[in-house]
Design a binder for this molecule. Structure first.
Ligand SMILES: [Zn+2]
Length: 305
């Protein structure tokens, strides 16, 4: 049997591209350092707007086909990050992109937003109990910015973490497993403000406008940040992964834009708020490793001892 790395990180995201924008540097760094990095994406992002005119026909309000196309974009992005374990919740297409809040797509059959919480979480429990990650990363309760699929991804991830640890839950789904540390994606307000100031000073005109700090998901007061991961050595991998999501993201140097064409900074140090588990650093000092303080890991199933 092949060795399973001792350090195992699980990320739960709503759409293909969210992982590269939020965590691309973190994922590339931990993969390069030999951790097992696993991504679960909850939908195919079928409702995304398409940036390149040549691919505009893929949009849901035209011919469709964007979901299938984005499976390929995600695979290409994961190659750039060195991440080999990426899956869709319940399998590709099991849950559909719910569109923006308040649209009719929210309640379409199969929409992730309309899915039963425990049914959706059940798929993730199976992943957690087989992979046995020490660290989980997902969004805050607002999904970072209020998108229904991001809110639902948060709910499903947190619920699955509870169920996976519960010995009375679904014994057929593998032995119970408690995730030692759970993090939410964050950006400290001061970092966002400095980055936007730099963007305003240096913007080359590649994008017609500049986004606002509050357009960035997960911005909070600095005091709430518990952890910062310096992924600057993996900046090129992160931007390459973002470029791989070509229907969704336009990259220009250290900046990027979504379909609204408003420039935003690419963050290569990524920030987190620890919401479950004990911090590994000294009191009041930010962690610099997601696994800090995690007890010496027990071997995963299949690991050689
Ligand atoms: Zn998203």
């Amino acid at each position: 049997m092949k060795d399973v790395p001792a350090r195992r990180l699980l990320l739960v995201h709503a759409h293909p591209d969210d992982e590269s924008i939020n965590n691309g540097a973190t994922m590339a760094r931990y993969a390069a350092e030999g951790a097992h990095v696993a991504l679960v994406t909850c939908t195919l992002g079928e409702e995304g707007e398409v940036i390149p005119p040549g691919l505009a026909h893929l949009a849901a309000d035209r011919d469709g086909g964007l979901g299938a196309h984005r499976i390929g974009e995600l695979a290409a992005a994961m190659r750039e990050l060195g991440v080999t374990d990426h899956r869709f919740l319940g399998g590709p297409g099991r849950f559909r992109d719910s569109g923006m809040m308040g649209t009719e797509q929210n309640h379409r059959p199969g929409a992730f937003w309309a899915a039963g919480l425990d049914e959706a979480a059940g798929h993730l429990v199976g992943v957690i109990r087989s992979l046995r990650p020490q660290v989980l990363i997902t969004y805050d309760p607002d999904g970072g910015y209020g998108h229904p699929d991001h809110i639902q991804a948060h709910r499903v991830a947190m619920r699955a973490a509870d169920l996976a640890a519960d010995p009375s839950y679904g014994t057929g789904a593998g032995a119970p497993h408690t995730i030692a540390k759970v993090y939410w994606n964050r950006v400290p307000r001061s970092v966002a403000e400095e980055a936007f100031a730099r963007l305003r000073d240096t913007a080359s005109g590649a994008f017609p406008g500049i986004a606002a700090v509050d357009d960035v998901p997960g911005v909070v007061d600095d005091a709430r940040i518990t952890t910062e991961i310096d992924g600057s050595a993996y900046a090129a991998a992160k931007t390459a992964a973002m470029r791989a999501h070509a229907t969704q993201i336009a990259v220009d140097g250290p900046f990027f834009a979504l379909s609204n064409d408003l420039g935003q900074p690419v963050f290569t140090t990524e920030y987190y708020e620890l919401v479950r588990g004990a911090p590994g650093g000294d009191d009041g000092v930010r962690e610099h490793d997601l696994f800090a303080g995690v007890p010496e890991p027990a071997p995963a199933p299949g690991a050689q001892t």
